[in-house]
Structure formats: C-alpha cells, structure tokens
Design a protein around this ligand. Structure first.
Ligand code: GDP
Ligand code: GDP
Length: 461
C-alpha cells in the first residue's frame, strides 16, 4: 500500500498546533488546553481535503515547553515527526513573534530538508499581521498568517497545500507487500514473535549509541505472501533510560502504525486486562484507519481448558466495545503454535480493507438497513437517508446522503456500521461511516483505480 502523504504541524508549545489540527479536521478531536503539553493521543488523523487523502500529524504534546528545545528527547520527537512528513507546517505565534525556541526548532526542521511552509497563527487581528517581514528571518520564506480559532486564512493555507500535494499523490496504488506493526506493552512477547517470523535472532541487538534514525524494517515471505515488519528497532531490548519516556514511545508507536497496513496488538495471556497503553494504541489504530488483529501471546504457558480462549475474548470484547468484531488469535511465539493462523488473520484483514463492496451489494445493504430500522427522529422530524455509496477503499468508507448530516443519531451510525461489518465481512477493519448533504457517487471502477480519491483530472486508463 502506498503511504498517504503526511503533513506534520510542528512548532513550540502553545502556538496553536492542536487548534489548527482540529480546525482542519472540522471537528474537535484533540484536547486543546492552555497548559502546554496536554495533547497526548489524538494527534494523528487521516484527513481528506479537496480529493486528497493525507495523514495529518499534530506534534502538540510531544514538544513539551519544560524541556530544552535542544534536549535529546525533543530532538528525537522532531526527528520522528519530520522523517514521516512530506510537508511540514512550521507554526509560530504571530502575537509573541519569533522566540529563541522557534529559532532552535526551525533549525532542526531545516536540517531535514523537507518542504516547509511557515504559518503564523493567532493572526486574526490586522495588527497581528504587521510583523510579516520579521518572520522572514526564520529563513522559511513568507509566512501564511492564519487563525486556527477564528478560521482566518485557512482557505489560503489549503490553497498552498493543494499546490504542495498534487491530487495524484493521494492516489491509491496497491503493492504486494503487507506491512505489519507489532505493538504491545513491554514483555508482551513482541521480539519473540518477530524472531519467530524472521526465523532468526535479529532483534536482540544492542542499540548503536548516538543513532536516532533507528527505524528498521524486516521482510519475510510466508506462503507466497510478502510481509514487512515495520520498526523492528522499536522492539530492541534497550536500557530503559530516556527512550521510554511516555511521549517518545507514543510517537514511536504512532509512526509504526502509520507505516503499516495491519497492526498486531499483542496482549499477554499471563497478564490481567488491557493496560491504558494498549487502549491508546487501539484508538490510534482506529484513527489512522488501519486494520487490527489482537494476538493473545504466550498461549503455551497459560493453564487453560477448552473454554479459556472464548472467556478471554468475551471479556475483552465486553470491556472494550471497539473490539466487538476484531479478530483474536491465541498463539505462542516460543513454540510457534498458531503463528500461521495469526498471519492468515492478518491477510484476511488486509484483504477486507481493500475490498470493493460492489454498487449492487451496497444498494441492497442500504435497503435492508432501512427496512430493518428507520433513523430515529431528530427535533420531532424524520431524518431521511436517500442514498448510500462506498466512497473509499482502505479503509472502506460508506457515505450516506441526507439533508441533515448532523442529526443522524450515533446509535443509528453504529447500527449501519455493524450491519455492514457483518454483511461484507469487514471484521478488524476501521470501517468509516459518513453522512453528507451531497453524495458524489463512485463507480466500482473508480474505486478500483483510485481507492476513492478521484483526482481533479483523472488520467486516462
Ligand atoms: P499547541 O500547544 O501548539 O498545540 O497549542 P493549542 O492548540 O493547545 O493552543 C494554545 C492556546 O492558544 C489555546 O489557549 C488556544 O485557544 C490558543 N489559540 C490557538 N489558536 C489561536 C488563534 O488562532 N487565535 C487565538 N487568539 N488563540 C489561539
Ligand atoms: P517484548 O518486550 O514484547 O519484545 O517481549 P519478549 O519477546 O522479549 O518476551 C518477554 C518475555 O516473555 C521473555 O522472557 C520471553 O521469553 C517470554 N515469552 C515471549 N513469548 C513467549 C511465549 O510464546 N511463550 C512463553 N512461555 N514465553 C514467552
């Protein structure tokens, strides 16, 4: 799967990165707070604008004001975010002007040689836009003045992004390689699994001192399928010093999720419950639109009977409704038991996320849904859905046309979603459901060619 272009919003704490992130996504996803460094999870989203699909990354919360901007950890964050980015939006605060931290960060960004657009936020008042010449001193060219909270200058910003990211870059080109990210808390059994998959002890290597760009992908072939495990370096045994700082491992898992097609979340069968860290990964996978398989590890070591597996799965599904349909496999990395099953599940999830459901099937599904339940009334008036169409592949998105997209009840969205997962066999897939005033119908041929992102000028076949 070709990666979507990635736009990272970078800047020191409190300039308004999360605010812009939310504004661009059109709804509030990140927690915006006056205190620096509060945005923890929700800073990585698939964003659709003008026929392009990109990954939007908010680095807010990674770059903590209390840290020296040149501190090693900070540099690592920036490194990771920047390595992932195709376009960097470097944000300054128009009201405070350029600070020492801005300059330090700007240098780190410039060293990466990425495409950078300078933006000066909090520029809703005309007097805040007067210092535009001053901002040029950063050496990033002229700034685009914007206001994330008031919405000023955003059309201009999108225009710039349109130029930087040609529509065809959002295009979908399947390739043969299936990228997996293997995540889970320390000691869950990740390196044991990777070693099993690769057939050799590649993981337990000591980190080379001073390397920051240590993301390593390893490939293997199983039954004619080509797999790639992303960021095996993240699985290294390391002295738990700075590297385990929460935001660092957070950024790291985000990056390996982004670079994957399917995530395997390892849950240790010998430990109770899912820790917060795993819940965070689940949210990140969902937000990034990636497939998911939950793998219950160390099955050889668990005292169990024929009911244990079902009880364990049921418990997890009850506690975490988002896992209701997620495939679960119990395996042992040590003995290799059911590792093939795990790979089969991964393949099935990838296949499901690339599925073109078929116009006719979608129409039949839509009719079945309406026949089973009408949408609940809103403000005493019926909510009417007129049409439905698959508009994206990987992950699939079903869009419904309605006069009142904001009034469709959440319970009805869930109903449509679980019905579709059942009918089309989409377990483990972050199927998107969207309500739109005007639905542009996509043909199956368009979906096959562009994955739903029909470029402005579609090339002739
Ligand atoms: P981050 O740390 O860079 O992610 O910054 P936040 O998005 O959390 O914003 C920091 C503070 O700046 C919050 O109090 C926001 O309400 C405020 N803020 C963000 N954007 C704007 C803007 O365009 N204009 C004004 N006046 N305030 C803003
Ligand atoms: P990581 O920190 O997630 O990479 O976990 P490791 O792969 O290093 O495993 C942590 C510990 O659990 C080690 O002592 C492993 O030997 C043990 N372990 C991992 N997988 C299995 C398994 O399938 N069965 C058993 N019995 N032990 C395992």
């Amino acid at each position: 799967m070709t990666q979507r272009p990635c736009i990272a919003i970078v800047g020191r704490a409190n300039v308004g990165k999360s605010s812009l992130f939310n504004r661009l996504l059109g709804h509030r996803v990140a927690v915006v707070h006056d205190r620096p460094g509060v945005t923890r999870d929700r800073h990585f989203r698939e964003w659709e604008f003008d026929g392009r699909r990109v990954d939007l990354v908010d680095t807010g919360g990674f770059i903590d004001e209390s840290l020296d901007p040149l501190a090693d950890q900070v540099r690592k964050q920036i490194d990771l975010a920047l390595d992932a980015a195709d376009v960097v939006l470097f944000m300054i605060d128009a009201r405070t002007g350029i600070t020492y931290d801005d300059i330090q960060l700007a240098r780190a960004v410039q060293r990466k040689g990425k495409t950078v657009q300078l933006i000066a936020n909090k520029a809703e008042r005309p007097q805040d836009r007067e210092a535009i010449g001053e901002w040029m001193k950063l050496g990033m060219g002229p700034a685009a003045p914007v206001s994330a909270t008031a919405g000023y200058g955003l059309d201009g910003l999108c225009e710039i992004l349109r130029r930087l990211i040609p529509a065809s870059r959002g295009k979908y080109v399947p390739d043969e390689k299936l990228r997996i990210a293997i995540l889970g808390r320390p000691n869950a059994g990740k390196s044991t699994l990777v070693n099993r998959l690769l057939g050799e002890d590649r993981m337990i290597v000591s980190p080379v001192p001073g390397t920051t760009r240590d993301s390593i992908d390893a490939e293997f072939i199983w039954q004619g399928h080509h797999f790639q495990v992303t960021d095996t370096a993240g699985l290294r045994k390391k002295a738990r010093v700075n590297d385990d700082v929460e935001y660092y491992s957070n950024m790291r898992s985000l990056e390996s999720i982004r670079r994957s097609d399917v995530v395997i979340l390892l849950v240790d069968s010998l430990e109770e419950g899912l820790p917060e860290q795993d819940l965070r990964i689940l949210r990140q996978v969902e937000e990034a639109g990636k497939g998911l398989v939950v793998a219950i590890s160390k099955w050889d070591a668990l005292e169990k009977d024929h009911k244990t597996f079902d009880i364990l799965c049921k418990g997890m599904r009850q506690r975490i409704p988002a896992l209701a349909e997620t495939p679960m496999v119990a395996f042992s990395g040590l003995t290799g038991q059911r590792v093939p099953r795990l790979l089969e599940s991964v393949l099935a999830v990838r296949e499901a996320s690339m599925k073109i459901l078929g116009r006719e099937n979608v129409i039949a599904y839509f009719k079945e849904c309406l026949d089973a339940h009408s949408p609940p009334y809103a403000h005493g008036r019926p909510v009417i859905l007129t049409r439905c169409c698959q508009v994206h592949v990987n992950p699939p998105m079903l869009a419904f046309e309605t006069d009142s997209p904001d009034l469709v009840a959440e319970s009805y969205r869930r109903f449509l979603r679980s019905r579709a997962i059942d009918r089309f066999g989409l377990a483990g897939i972050p199927l998107r459901i969207s309500f739109r005033k005007k639905l542009e119908l996509r043909t199956d041929e368009d979906l096959a060619r562009f994955g739903g992102d029909v470029p402005e000028s579609a090339p002739e076949a």
